[in-house]
Ligand binder design. Structure first.
Ligand SMILES: C[S@@+](CC[C@H](N)C(=O)[O-])C[C@H]1O[C@@H](n2cnc3c(N)ncnc32)[C@H](O)[C@@H]1O
Length: 239
């Protein structure tokens, strides 16, 4: 798809993860934010990072992502909220980030490091020993269908195995929660809504057939392939 459509695709998403507002508030509570620095690895447009900065006036943040479109959205939102002096946006491979911080987020971005296990190990290097990490990752909530395995690959774990991997990397679980069905359905629906709205307004556009095909395929993959099968957990980790 072209730049115009790519820029539109995620506009209806609050963040790029299955997470309700009350659940986000709970996670930020459990992170016990104060001063110091918060690094968000694979931040997307950094909405949760900005919410964290909004709560803790002495906190500074850095969002790291390879996607310039997401970073531009984050930068614009930071300016609108008067947070631009307290946050940096870095377009880079977050796997190379090695500045230890008081707090870190890595949500839906384990693939940056290759796998869940590799991410949990690598992230010990970006959080100070007294710090906290908010780690969000997928897991198999039910035995995967072949279609789900095809989409999400061989590295996804069941939740007990994910917790074992956190333990093996030296983390202690301070808080555990998982995305509910409504959060998943809202995430999937909002991920389609930007293009669904465009399609309704531009049915005769030459790109309409490709957009309709993508929207139909995404919905089919979700409902037939991984709804209720793919889970998503949020762990607040310390050491
Ligand atoms: C599922 S999104 C999650 C975004 C964000 N954490 C959130 O919860 O809204 C995964 C993000 O990882 C980013 N990403 C992928 N590979 C990356 C890399 N090597 N370094 C930094 N970011 C990367 C993508 O651009 C995308 O924004």
């Amino acid at each position: 798809m072209d730049d115009e459509l790519n820029a539109l695709r995620r506009t209806r998403m609050r963040w790029n993860t299955p997470l309700s507002e009350p659940h986000a508030d709970l996670l930020l509570d459990r992170m016990e934010l104060a001063g110091g620095h918060l690094a968000d690895l694979g931040c997307g447009w950094g909405e949760l990072l900005l919410r964290a900065l909004g709560r803790a006036p002495d906190l500074r943040g850095t969002g790291i992502d390879t996607d310039g479109t997401g970073l531009a959205r984050g930068r614009a939102a930071a300016c609108e909220r008067g947070l631009q002096e307290r946050v940096k946006w870095v377009e880079a491979d977050a796997a190379t980030w090695d500045v230890p911080a008081e707090r870190a987020f890595c949500i839906g971005a384990a693939h940056i490091f290759g796998s869940t296990k590799a991410a949990l190990e690598a992230l010990t290097r970006v959080v100070l020993p007294s710090g906290r990490l908010l780690y969000g990752d997928g897991f198999w909530a039910a035995p995967p269908t072949p279609a789900a395995q095809e989409i999400f690959g061989p590295d996804l774990l069941a939740l007990p195995d994910l917790l074992d991997a956190a333990d093996a990397a030296g983390w202690r679980v301070l808080h555990l929660s998982t995305a509910g069905q409504l959060e998943w359905d809202d995430f999937e629906s909002t991920s389609r809504a930007g293009w669904a709205e465009w399609l309704a307004a531009h049915p005769a556009d030459p790109r309409a057939a490709a957009v309709r095909e993508w929207l139909d395929r995404r919905l089919r993959e979700y409902v037939r392939g991984y709804r209720g099968v793919l889970g998503f957990t949020y762990l607040v980790l310390g050491r």
